[in-house]
Design a protein around this ligand. Structure first.
Ligand SMILES: [Zn+2]
Ligand SMILES: [Zn+2]
Length: 146
């Protein structure tokens, strides 16, 4: 396990293992390492793929697929660069892999426990693309990309 201490007094307990999975339970996973760059995203891909106006992401250095369904089904949103993982049975969004990001992106909503203070978004991506009625996530940077 990467022993890098989390900032702002977040304890070591938040850098351990977490579990999660899809709605039907065929896709299950265990993450290891600290939660990296929790953020929301309202980009067109997140809205279309998620069926939701906003998605909530966080990165982990290691994700192990433990359910009977194995790995999620991957859909390449940018061929060779980015792909999104979902359960082929229930359709739940669970993960994303980006070729220029070392961590594996996890949909925070797929985690069994979403209450950790280290999961609170620190950034809101593509905020200018948000639906008009959605208030911005407080205390996050305003940047169009990233
Ligand atoms: Zn499922
Ligand atoms: Zn997005």
């Amino acid at each position: 396990m990467n022993a890098t201490p989390a900032a702002d007094g977040q304890g070591a307990e938040t850098a351990g293992e977490r579990t999660g999975g899809c709605l039907c339970g065929r896709i299950r996973f265990t993450t290891r390492g600290p939660a990296v760059f929790p953020h929301t995203c309202v980009c067109r891909h997140c809205q279309k793929l998620g069926g939701t106006p906003v998605m909530w992401w966080v990165g982990f250095e290691t994700v192990t697929w433990t359910g009977e369904g194995g790995e999620p089904t991957w859909y390449e949103t940018f061929e060779g660069e980015a792909k999104r993982g979902f359960c082929p049975t229930c359709g739940s969004r669970v993960a994303a892999i980006d070729s220029d990001i070392p961590e594996i992106g996890i949909n925070v909503t797929a985690l069994d426990d979403t209450s950790g203070p280290d999961l609170v978004p620190i950034h809101a991506s593509f905020r200018d693309n948000a639906v008009h009625w959605l208030p911005p996530v407080p205390e996050t940077e305003h940047r169009t990309a990233g």
